[in-house]
Design a protein. Sequence first.
Length: 303
Amino acid sequence: MQPSRRAFLMGRRPVQTPWAAFVQRLALVCRGKVRDLGEGGADGTCAMLTPASGADVVQARKLCAEYHVTLELEGAAGPFAPSARPRLRVDPVLLAGLTRLDGDAPRWHAQPGVTVAALASAGLRQFAGLPGDMTLAQWVAAPASWPAGHCAASGLVAADVLLADGIEETLGAFGETDVQPLRSATVQRLVPALFQLASGGDAFATNDGYHWLGRYRLDALKPVTPATVNLAQLLLGHGGTLAWLQGAVLVDVPPGDDVRTGAATASRPEPAAPGLATVRLDGRVKTQFDPDGCFPELLWPEV
């Protein structure tokens, strides 16, 4: 007799696995679609969440922390280190709001699921020519090729983020003339630690004179003038491994101002191979943002 039938006849319920409990609770607290992709398959234990609102992701992160499940951005560029943990893949495709903000300078607030095609159509010229179905979250997560100190050429000026510990914060311009306060104790602790890393020997070795060799753009804290420090630009290239992007404020970058595509591209030097200092620096940035492994781990190159 099958165990499930025996349990039914004897009046006992089958024992629910922690994964099944996680998926069941996730479906109860989220308005979006939850799909269980199974346990123990070739791709590991995994589920997919298509959130209907940002609140769904907040609830999902809370459950991921409770059940030791890794929260992944669907379609993020890796490579990622193998993990024994179950995974929740989150696809923000339904979170596609795009609003032009009031003010003298044109600015747009975009949710994470807005496509690159929609951003280009809105007049954000730095997105022209990129894959149209890429989401904003995927674009922010993709490896960032701007030269060292030139993260401002991305046009990313602010980012609403959900951090690994559940804190929601807005990251943006950070300097004497900027009035956006750091609201959370988490970020008030995080920012000085990141500035210390950005001023250390490993950061010096990660700048080869033109390229920033690390995956995490710590050089956003050491911008080339006239740009100023912007904490949002720390997320460029992060692969979904540092935080969940809830939304972003973007400005247009005219052709020629995007330093990646200027006329001198052919004469630019090839980047040096990342060394031990760069790998160590990226690892320390990851630890500062995500000490408990809420988000995936990038696969660092062997050095």
